[in-house]
Design a protein around this ligand. Structure first.
Ligand code: ADP
Ligand code: MG
Length: 593
């Protein structure tokens, strides 16, 4: 007699259910997804014992008829698709028809639903194939309840955490859903106690603020959108006022599902590079809305992963949109601070007295925040040749560049001296600028390097190295030309066999050891679309003037001038480049005002 037996169908059902429902949070996710798919505007979640004893989701969506109720908990019962072809157009969160079946296999499932006002039906199942349908009453919508999760599968029950811990996982799921669907109101009740309430919100930003920021953090969040081929992206990003030490407040959503996609989080941070101090992380969320034909969500049991047809396009949209946003923002800050400290040479006295800027004039909604979001009209002129890659929503607005913008007046910065071997002191436009020479030089080099302007030096003795994976090889082959533009000449080493390469040239004045050089080179693989920026950051960290380096006055002055012209007055790690003390600041400090 052979060793193989067929499992009884009931056992097979319980095992398969474990893929979909592994803990109470999965019940919450699936039931809430169904409520969203049913077009609900209000969703309530009630948990008993962290969801282990009971999970109930109440919605005001389309509801189900008696016939639908009878079918809905069968395996592969779904109203959302008819064949796999439909996945290319499905806009719903669910499509496999597995969730209710799985819930019914591992708990007692009860569903009360009405597809119109008045008449409702109650379905009750008991962990087996039997069920009961009885008439009931409720307003349009559905209540789904799972009781005694895993009572019938003790082996699984042992893997649950304490009720409190399961409860917080459920809460996280609900917060994720709430972030992705700001137009729906959500309420959470734990063991009869009200816990969370998110009223209907007008935007992702509003919902994010309410869900995740404390009272005094509000007001530092920005919302930017962009559009690409077959997708759009909305990004909510906190300013440098909201930095965190970890990435726990970063989220990626694709078509309403939270996904784990580290490379998109990296794209997010690259886009904001220079705006945040080194080693800190911005908070925020990326909401991608993509044509279902261009993304495969059917690769993970809980749909936590997605495969994009063109991941590069999505990454690029995220990074370039953010980069553009921070650039324009710093630009307008700069313009605003110049405007405050100089005698507003381009605003004629007549204009002032015409009342536009006078205190009596009430400008609806023209807050400082609004001014920063929408750069003021006196920001420098747009770049003459808007780069081809800026075909994204807000980002498509031309972005100012310091290359062709001059200061509004011709007063030149005047060198006052050096301080502590680090600072350059410059008088300019009624202000004293105290410039961090190291940071300023880094920024200037960074911009030059990122533009591909890197002098190169042939190595007398090429550095041999070998790759550890086929991906590394593919990366090097694909990027060979881009690397050459960035000052790194590499070539396959035919004498060394598979994966053998050598470095033949490096940027001039290269200071890293051979081992570190190879490591930095291969680390570029993680940079995705942003190799140039990443390489620029590596280079300028190692090449910039160090604190205490001697600068002669001509060099100091030209560094200061170049720094004051930068559109983003922060070093590549996000630190500010200078401190400005205006005449007023100083006068006030000695009480002359
Ligand atoms: P899927 O969501 O993948 O279709 P489910 O097992 O989650 O599979 O649900 C099965 C079917 O039950 C759904 O296709 C839908 O027609 C119906 N359904 C489930 N929950 C609800 C709800 N809250 N409101 C209306 N219909 C629902
Ligand atoms: Mg579903």
């Amino acid at each position: 007699m052979g060793a193989i037996r067929l499992l009884p169908p009931e056992e097979a059902r319980k095992i398969a259910a474990g893929e979909v429902i592994d803990r109470p949070a999965a019940l919450v996710r699936e039931f809430v997804d169904n409520a969203i798919d049913a077009g609900s505007s209000r969703i309530e979640v009630l948990l008993e014992g962290g969801g282990c004893r009971g999970t109930e989701v109440i919605d005001d969506g389309a509801g189900m008829t008696k016939e639908d109720l009878e079918l809905c908990w069968q395996t592969h019962a779904t109203s959302k698709i008819r064949s796999i072809e439909d996945l290319a157009t499905a806009e719903t969160l669910g499509f496999r028809g597995e969730a209710l079946a799985a819930a019914a296999a591992v708990s007692r499932l009860e569903i009360l639903s009405a597809s119109g006002e008045g008449e409702a039906w109650l379905l009750q199942t008991g962990g087996g194939r039997e069920f009961r349908l009885t008439p009931g009453r409720r307003t349009r919508g559905t209540t789904v309840r799972a009781l005694g999760l895993f009572d019938v599968v003790p082996a699984r029950k042992r893997f649950l955490k304490r009720e409190g811990a399961e409860g917080s996982l459920c809460k996280q799921v609900l917060v994720d859903k709430a972030l992705a669907f700001p137009g729906i109101s959500f309420r959470l009740t734990l063991d009869g106690r009200p816990d969370l309430f998110f009223p209907e919100a007008a935007s992702y930003k509003e919902r994010f603020t309410l869900a995740l920021l404390s009272q005094n953090e509000r007001g530092f969040l920005h919302e930017i959108s962009a559009r690409g081929q077959g997708f759009s992206v909305c990004i909510v990003a906190g300013g440098p006022e909201l930095v965190r030490q970890d990435r726990r407040r970063q989220f990626v959503f694709a078509n309403g599902r939270r996904i784990s996609d580290f490379s998109l989080l990296q794209a997010f941070e690259y886009g904001l590079q220079g705006w945040f101090p080194n080693g800190t992380h911005p908070v925020g969320a990326i909401f991608i809305d993509i044509d279902p034909a261009l993304a495969d969500f059917n690769i993970h049991p809980a749909k936590r992963e997605v495969r994009f047809r063109d991941p590069g396009a999505v990454h690029h949209a995220v990074t370039s949109t953010l980069r553009d946003f921070t650039r324009r923002r710093d630009m307008s800050r700069r313009a605003a601070s110049v405007a405050e400290n100089v005698d507003r040479p381009w605003i004629s006295p007549g204009f002032l007295s015409s009342g536009f800027l006078s205190p009596g004039f009430s400008s609806p909604g023209l807050s400082m925040e609004a001014l920063l979001e929408h750069p003021p009209v006196f920001a420098p002129l747009p770049r003459k040749d808007p780069a081809g890659d800026m075909a994204f929503g807000e980002a498509a607005e031309a972005c100012p560049s310091y290359l062709d913008s001059e200061f509004p007046d011709s007063a030149e910065p005047r060198l006052m001296g050096m301080l502590f071997g680090l600072f350059i002191l410059v008088e300019w436009k009624d202000s004293l600028f105290i410039i961090d020479q190291h940071a300023a030089h880094e920024r200037i080099l960074y911009d030059r390097f990122a533009a591909g302007d890197i002098p190169r030096q042939e190595l007398l003795a090429p550095i041999p190295f070998s790759t550890e994976s086929a991906e590394d090889d593919r990366f090097l082959q694909k990027q060979q030309r881009e690397l050459a533009r960035l000052g790194v000449l590499i070539a396959p080493d035919d004498s060394g066999g598979a994966g053998a390469w050598r470095i033949e040239a490096l940027p001039s004045d290269w200071r890293l050891s051979d081992g570190d050089t190879v490591r930095e080179l291969l680390a570029l693989r993680d940079a995705g679309e942003n190799i140039a920026e990443r390489w620029a950051a590596t280079l300028c960290c190692h090449g910039a003037v160090k604190d205490g380096d001697y600068l002669d006055s001509a060099a100091a002055l030209s560094l200061a001038r170049a720094a004051l012209r930068l559109p983003v007055p922060r070093c590549p790690h996000g630190r500010p480049l200078w401190k400005e003390l205006s005449r007023e600041d100083l006068f006030r400090a000695v009480k002359r005002l």
